[in-house]
Ligand binder design. Structure first.
Ligand SMILES: [Zn+2]
Length: 183
């Protein structure tokens, strides 16, 4: 089994040689960037999977890797991946929005998305925003099981306290690894 781990955003995601930070939030003068947060998640998930002797392909390993969003699914396929998991942080204007959701593209992945959602809600106790069908997300157009995890909302203090916590990051990545490798 080979898993593609896709930390969202990053260099050349939307435009060549432009760094896409993803969503951002400033709190007490500190700028939080989705691209940095989800890269840490991706690298943690990679380490957990490799420790289980599972092959991993990263769509990007750092903030300089060229990772156009329209090529990620194909790059994963070319690398021989069987499954694809993308990691993001959510954003809206309204700071009251909170919780975790798992997105899927193909109807065949609905059961996997639901398992991922249930396991992550149990692990984090975050608000359950339920799974969402997103047939037009380019990154999910992977030929094989694929889900996208939205860890929580960057502007919500409660969500951020959860997903920025290193112990919680480890727990979330163990949970993602358990679900993606089980099915
Ligand atoms: Zn994102």
């Amino acid at each position: 089994m080979k898993i593609c781990v896709d930390p969202g955003h990053g260099m050349s995601n939307r435009s060549p040689n432009v760094f896409d930070t993803g969503c951002t939030h400033t709190e007490n003068g500190f700028l939080f960037r989705e691209a940095d947060i989800v890269l840490k998640y991706g690298l943690t998930l990679k380490d957990i999977l490799r420790a289980r002797d599972i092959d991993v392909f990263m769509t990007r390993d750092d903030n300089t890797d060229q990772a156009p969003v329209g090529r990620r699914a194909q790059n994963a396929k070319n690398a021989g991946c069987d499954k694809f998991v993308s990691i993001h942080v959510n954003d809206v204007e309204d700071d009251s929005a909170h919780g975790l959701e798992v997105l899927y593209n193909d109807n065949a992945d609905k059961a996997l998305a639901q398992k991922m959602q249930d396991a992550l809600i149990a692990a984090t106790k975050l608000h359950d925003r339920h799974i969402k069908h997103r047939p037009n997300l380019a990154v999910l157009k992977f030929d094989g099981p694929a889900v996208l995890v939205e860890l929580g909302f960057i502007a919500n203090d409660g969500d951020r306290a959860v997903f920025l916590n290193p112990q919680m990051r480890e727990k979330i990545c163990v949970t993602i690894a358990d679900v993606i490798t089980a099915s």
